[in-house]
Design a protein around this ligand. Structure first.
Ligand SMILES: Cc1cc2nc3c(=O)[nH]c(=O)nc-3n(C[C@H](O)[C@H](O)[C@H](O)COP(=O)(O)O)c2cc1C
Length: 318
């Protein structure tokens, strides 16, 4: 797939997830076969003023290239300035979030609230495209609610304004994460635009990937919750798309090594206090593969440093 001048070497991308898709997480997904990875959403106003927390959320290294930095906001000038910062940090793409359903953003007319206003999205995209030389992409939903499907109009406005690709989460903003995705919207968006369309929503197994590609015609898929504790979904889906048989599920030892790599990255980059706070949740995803996951999770809560965690993981995963 090509996004503007950028070549993405397969049809699998990582969906952005707040408090999850940080640098160590993205690197692990890239090593497992994701062709493109994306940061979590960061407020454009914070990025524009180079707020410390925002810069931490946008921490990146070239090892994870190609990668996108995602920003949200409604003011074209602020979004343009934030996009300049994203480009300066080395990201290959800037992704604009017009899909987040959380109340704080919605009440400010940002994120998913903008799915009501295709014209406004066009203006924001145009301002950002003018400001940066890297490709500009956007992440949208089907529309504000089941009764209003604005995805096609939003995509066409964004394409006219110079967007290089669109990711469509096949749920409405009102749905948030509840209820099944409606993949038929992906097909309608694909048929209405010339820019690459990345389909998203409901990929839980590697087999879901060829199914979404075949039934909707989208150019690529974005995997969100399906890769939590299971980075191998990318490797398996890649195998299926290459026509080979499904690569075997990861062994317990492989799972343990992946978890240790992820946690080591968090300790190294963000420091022990933050890494320790995140440890139970991150380990919890991988513990699902353990016969006595609950006991492992309880032991993780007692961990005080990385060396201790590494020993514990070795004991449990082998
Ligand atoms: C915990 C969590 C955090 C998310 N954060 C973001 C975000 O920061 N930006 C964004 O565009 N989408 C975000 N999403 C939405 C996902 O990118 C994706 O669209 C959604 O989970 C549907 O895909 P899935 O069914 O494969 O999980 C988030 C989803 C989850 C579950």
């Amino acid at each position: 797939m090509k996004i503007g001048p950028l070549t993405i070497n397969n049809r699998l991308t990582l969906a952005p997830m707040e408090e999850h898709t940080n640098f160590p997480f993205r690197l692990l997904m890239k090593q497992s076969g994701a062709g493109l990875v994306v940061t979590e959403r960061v407020d454009a106003a914070d990025v524009a003023r180079r707020d410390r927390r925002a810069m931490r959320l946008l921490y990146t290294q070239t090892a994870e290239s190609p990668r996108a930095g995602q920003i949200s906001g409604a003011d074209p000038t602020v979004m343009a300035e934030a996009a300049r910062v994203v480009a300066e940090l080395g990201f290959n793409l800037v992704d604009l979030n017009f899909e987040c359903p959380i109340r704080r953003l919605m009440s400010r007319g940002e994120g998913g609230a903008l799915m009501q206003s295709p014209e406004k999205i066009g203006q924001i995209v145009a301002a950002v495209v003018t400001a940066v030389s890297i490709p500009v992409t956007l992440k949208i939903r089907t529309g504000p609610d089941a009764a209003q499907e604005t995805a096609v109009e939003v995509t066409q406005r964004a394409e006219d304004a110079g967007a290089a690709a669109v990711s469509v989460h096949a749920r409405s903003v009102q749905q948030a994460y509840v209820g099944g995705p409606d993949w038929s919207v992906l097909q309608r968006v694909k048929q209405a635009t010339c820019i690459p369309v990345i389909g998203n929503g409901g990929i839980r197994t590697a087999e879901d990937v060829p199914q979404m590609l075949e039934t909707t015609g989208v150019d690529a898929v974005a995997i969100g919750r399906g890769c939590l504790g299971n980075p191998w979904i990318f490797r398996q889906a890649r195998g299926l798309l290459n026509g080979s048989s499904r690569p075997p599920a990861a062994t317990l030892a492989e799972r343990g090594r992946a978890l240790v790599q992820l946690i080591e990255g968090e300790f190294h980059i963000y420091g022990p206090p933050l890494a320790l706070r995140r440890l139970p949740r991150m380990s919890g995803y991988f513990a699902q593969a353990l016969p006595e996951g609950a006991a492992f999770r309880a032991a993780v809560r007692e961990v005080k440093n990385f060396a201790q965690f590494k020993r514990l993981a070795k004991e449990w995963f082998g």
